[in-house]
Design a protein around this ligand. Structure first.
Ligand SMILES: Nc1nc2c(ncn2[C@@H]2O[C@H](COP(=O)(O)OP(=O)(O)O)[C@@H](O)[C@H]2O)c(=O)[nH]1
Ligand SMILES: [Mg+2]
Length: 513
């Protein structure tokens, strides 16, 4: 690979040095292979230059679209049952807001937004002919993340399955295929679960890791959230002291144990509150209505918060329609939060009330995790995905000479010291997907080392001094080297070499600066 003109690919901007290195590889290989493979390589290059693709996955009605709206700050994805909620929608950055229906034959049709600015429930074309939707929005978040909303895997009940089936005009199983394809095309996944994590939730995550095998790593590119945290009855969770958020956090921790090691942890969130607070869904009129409710007789107020029925029917100085709107936007828990905030400060402004609701939603935690896991690692994740595609192209290539040239080039790239991060990601995938079996404590260690860029976190020693960190890194480097040599199967040994090197590099960096 020496002597390659880096500048010829530098005209484009890449997510980082690893992606740039893979881009150089693709460009150089392009001139060394047949036309069919070259087309594939150009495709890899195109993907490499585009923002990280994050699929939002989870069961039907787990609140995926609601969360997508909250994240992009616009109520544009339709929620609840409708034709569009059964389709994959890609949200990318664009300078002008527009939506296109992409048909199975590749043709595209512009789709006007409906009056509320959302994607309309009906598409105006035969649903069976539709491949997916593409939305281009001026939302800042989309500058470096492309968000893919999926219809959802599995269904909550027979009725909704039947409804989905009739809407699609296909067998129910197809739903899974549609979502599965979207997820397989993605480089990262935001996994949405609700109260009960079932066996097939873990399977979906496993399927994601398998579909993207060897190019992405579990905890590096999967984030899980426990949505609808507001609907968890606190009395159902031990030690919650009647507090919904405490209950949600405890439940999320339990779910994290179930989904381990595919995700590092599970964050509770209230997508509905986040959406309402972030998309202009909370108005001054809503604030006034809540203030009127706050002034109602305490006994009635308490009773109203017991159920949606009571909330809309009990005698209170707010019209029923307004109450229904509040429920739709905040649900009972959100209304309760707002009333508590008004009690504490009766003169609270609508803006401050909106911020209170946003804080209560937990969205900030999800945003922080997206930044830490996806945005900060976009370069490595994309480079690893691209390299896996190149490897797949090499495998599919007809000419043995060409195949060998491609494999050699990949090997040369992986030998370079800066490519170590890619190897570590690969090791992480092998271990978290179960492709390479390891004792549980070693899996945890690999996840920790590969799951962060900060030395103290990688070593599991946040708050310790530099000398201590360096000493421990060296000790573990030694341990993994002997594990690679003596105590391991060949597959484990390959992983162990990578982990050994990771510790060695950590030790080196701690000594250097
Ligand atoms: N109470 C409550 N309802 C929610 C929450 N998130 C979503 N929902 C509601 O759940 C329903 C399904 O949401 P949707 O986003 O369409 O789910 P999807 O099928 O996974 O895309 C809608 O009525 C939402 O308003 C939440 O955090 N709390
Ligand atoms: Mg949806």
């Amino acid at each position: 690979m020496s002597g390659i003109d880096t500048a010829s690919v530098a005209g484009r901007s890449w997510p980082g040095p690893l992606s740039a290195a893979v881009a150089v590889l693709c460009q150089w290989l392009g001139s060394q292979v047949g036309e069919r493979t070259a087309v594939g390589l150009r495709d890899v290059l195109r993907r490499l230059a585009s923002p990280l693709q994050v699929a939002v996955a989870g069961r039907i009605s787990s609140g995926k679209s609601t969360l997508v709206n909250a994240l992009i700050g616009r109520r544009v994805a339709p929620t609840d049952v409708g034709e569009c909620t059964r389709l994959v929608t890609r949200f990318s950055y664009g300078t002008v807001d527009r939506v296109e229906v992409v048909l199975r034959d590749g043709a595209r049709q512009a789709l006007p937004f409906d009056a509320g600015g959302t994607i309309p429930a009906g598409l105006g074309v035969e649903p069976g002919t539709v491949s997916h939707l593409e939305a281009y929005l001026t939302s800042a978040v989309l500058r470096d993340l492309t968000v893919i909303d999926t219809p959802g895997l599995g269904s909550l009940d027979a009725a909704s399955a039947a409804r989905a089936e009739s809407l699609l005009g296909t067998a129910g199983g197809e739903l899974d295929d549609i979502s599965a394809a979207a997820i397989a095309g993605a480089e990262a996944v935001l996994y949405v679960v609700t109260q009960a994590v079932r066996a097939d939730d873990a399977q979906v995550l496993a399927a994601f890791t398998a579909a993207t095998a060897s190019r992405d790593a579990g905890p590096v590119n999967a984030i899980a959230v426990l949505n609808k945290a507001d609907t968890i009855p606190p009395e159902s969770v031990e030690g919650a002291d009647g507090d919904v958020w405490k209950a949600a956090s405890a439940l999320a921790a339990r779910q994290a144990a179930t989904l381990k090691p595919r995700v590092a942890d599970v964050l509770p969130v209230i997508g509905l509150l986040a959406e309402t607070a972030e998309t202009g869904g909370f108005t001054a009129t809503d604030a006034d209505a809540l203030k009127a409710l706050a002034g109602t007789d305490q006994t009635i107020r308490d009773a109203m918060l017991l159920s949606a029925d009571l909330f809309t029917t009990l005698d209170a100085p707010v019209p029923e329609g307004t109450r229904r709107r509040l429920l739709e936007r905040l649900d009972l828990y959100g209304v309760g939060c707002a009333l508590t905030a008004i009690d504490a400060d009766p003169a609270i402004t609508a803006g401050a009330l909106r911020r209170t609701l946003l804080d209560a939603s937990g969205l900030a935690g999800v945003r922080g995790r997206l930044d830490a896991v996806f945005r900060a690692r976009a370069d490595a994740i994309k480079a690893a995905a691209a390299l896996a595609s190149v490897t797949a192209l090499a495998r599919a290539g007809g000419d043995p000479g060409e195949r060998q040239r491609m494999r050699d080039a990949i090997e040369v790239l992986l030998q370079r010291p800066e490519a170590h991060q890619l190897r570590l990601l690969e090791a992480l995938t092998l271990v978290t997907s179960g492709a390479v079996a390891m004792p549980e404590d070693l899996v945890d260690e690999v996840v920790r080392v590969g799951g962060s860029y900060a030395a103290a976190e990688q070593l599991g020693m946040v708050g310790h001094g530099r000398g201590e960190l360096a000493g421990y890194a060296l000790e573990r480097a030694g341990w993994w080297r002997s594990f690679a040599a003596f105590g391991a199967t060949p597959a484990q040994s390959r992983v162990a070499h990578v982990v050994h090197r990771a510790y060695f590099l950590i030790w080196q960096s701690l000594r250097e600066d």
